[in-house]
Ligand binder design. Structure first.
Ligand code: SF4
Ligand code: SF4
Length: 437
């Protein structure tokens, strides 16, 4: 370990929340360290997967006090799960860090999460798409009138609390207001599947155009698409902030909203939400666990689903040099690497250049960019440096957080870069639309 940490016994032990056997899967070989973004940036063993597993085990064994330093090393983890992809021993790191963090947070009761940011923004606003859309109206007006640019240029936005300022900086340029998706969109041509679309909370509030593109692409591929109105946030925002009970309420609301026997698949287009939806069966060990696991077994990322279905070949030409960034929760958590690349390779005219370190987190990681801004900024700069090396003018990614993060970094560096979802590319190609980058 780079930093020695004193061994003292702690009375409260979040290690009790872990399946101890999972800790023992780690043979401490260190093969994961080079894949870990925080270790790559800091070189601190405590900020590597192996180091964090040591820390959690030390706490679980009662040999290590869960002091602020230990917490800091664990909180700096992006939960990107790159270590799982790299680990030859099959360590299920997500099943260690996630329950450990939930237990760690609950040690303090709600107090640690009871600040204005958690209460009014993270928990009170983000999971509710209609509320979030309304809350964004003043910022959108400021954008359209140029007031926001002026405030940013004169650095007056610095008067805002830091987390709010970062949110304002992340806001993408305004675009045409698209209405909500209808509850049903019929298949075009022969019906090949009946699916339900999970539209997400931030997805519906800020990426409705991607939801529309996804629905149209599914229609083109012979899918009846249902969009249940009663659906809720996937629960990831609460769960990853250590607030498990409200996340469980959202999960059970989704179980009711998507009667799983009616659909061949529950489709989502945001990697972070998809990973959470697929994990409902692991997160809560209660009487409904099997029901949640059966529900999760129907969840598919849209790239994964179309690739398995066999996509109708898109014919519209899109002349562009692009690169594909792997969202952590698609590549590492859901193990989806080839599917989006295979889909994009079918678009005539599209030149896809390999992105160096594509598998390394861009620093968005859910709300990490708001809670750990320094590490987040280091990683987004690294990501843009790599994108620049590809000479691409279009970055394609399957996660809303990555799209916001990469686009913000490109704006900050005055780099001309369009950031889009694979479904937007396919949709344009199917419809013969020439995108205006
Ligand atoms: S997590 Fe896997 S790769 Fe990393 S040290 Fe443990 S066994 Fe080795
Ligand atoms: S989840 Fe990501 S940041 Fe956390 S230890 Fe694993 S590789 Fe490192």
């Amino acid at each position: 370990m780079t930093e020695p940490i004193a061994n003292t016994t702690s009375p409260a032990n979040p290690g009790a929340a872990l399946d101890y056997e999972l800790l023992l899967d780690c043979v401490h070989c260190g093969l994961c360290t080079a894949a870990c973004p925080t270790y790559v940036e800091t070189g601190n063993e405590n900020e590597s997967p192996r180091g964090r597993i040591y820390l959690m085990r030390g706490v679980a064994d009662g040999k290590l006090e869960l002091n602020e330093r230990v917490r800091g090393h664990l909180e700096l983890c992006l939960d990107c799960r790159a270590c799982e992809t790299a680990c030859p021993s099959g360590v299920q790191y997500g099943k260690l860090i996630e329950p450990f963090r939930v237990a760690m947070e609950s040690l303090d009761g709600p107090s640690r999460r009871d600040d204005w940011f958690h209460r009014h923004i993270l928990f009170g606003l983000f999971p509710y798409s209609a509320k979030l859309r309304r809350a964004l109206i003043p910022a959108r007006i400021a954008q359209r009138t140029g007031v926001l640019k002026l405030l940013q240029a004169t650095r007056l936005t610095r008067l805002l609390p830091a987390q709010l300022r970062r949110m304002v900086d992340m806001l993408p340029p305004p675009r045409r207001n698209e209405g909500p998706l209808p509850e049903f969109l019929p298949a075009i041509g022969r019906r090949r599947a009946t699916v339900a679309l999970f539209s997400g909370c931030i997805g519906d509030a800020m990426f409705r155009h991607v939801n529309w593109a996804t629905a149209r692409v599914l229609q083109q591929n012979g899918c009846d698409v249902h969009v249940p109105r009663a659906q809720a946030c996937c629960g990831a925002i609460h769960f990853h902030a250590g607030s498990s009970d409200p996340a469980q309420v959202f999960a059970d609301q989704n179980l009711a909203a998507f009667p799983v026997e009616r659909f061949d698949a529950i489709i989502n287009n945001i990697a972070g939400c998809g990973s959470m939806l697929k994990d409902y069966g692991h997160h809560w060990q209660d009487a409904r666990q099997n029901e949640r696991a059966a529900w999760s077994a129907k969840v598919r990322d849209v790239n994964e689903f179309l690739d398995q279905l066999g996509p109708v070949r898109p014919e519209g030409e899109i002349r562009a040099v692009a690169t594909y960034h792997d969202a952590c929760h698609l590549l590492h958590a859901q193990k989806i690497h080839d599917a989006p690349r295979r889909l994009l390779a079918q678009i005539p005219g599209l030149e896809l250049h390999d992105l160096p370190e594509s598998e390394l987190c861009c620093g968005a990681a859910g709300t990490y960019n708001l809670t750990q801004p320094e590490m987040s900024a280091r990683l987004s700069r690294r990501k843009l440096d790599n994108i620049r090396k590809t000479a691409a003018r279009v970055a394609i990614t399957s996660n809303a957080g990555c799209a916001l993060q990469i686009a913000r970094e490109a704006r900050d560096q005055n780099m001309q870069l369009a950031v889009v979802h694979p479904m937007e590319m396919l949709d344009w190609s199917y419809r013969g639309v020439k995108p205006k980058w």
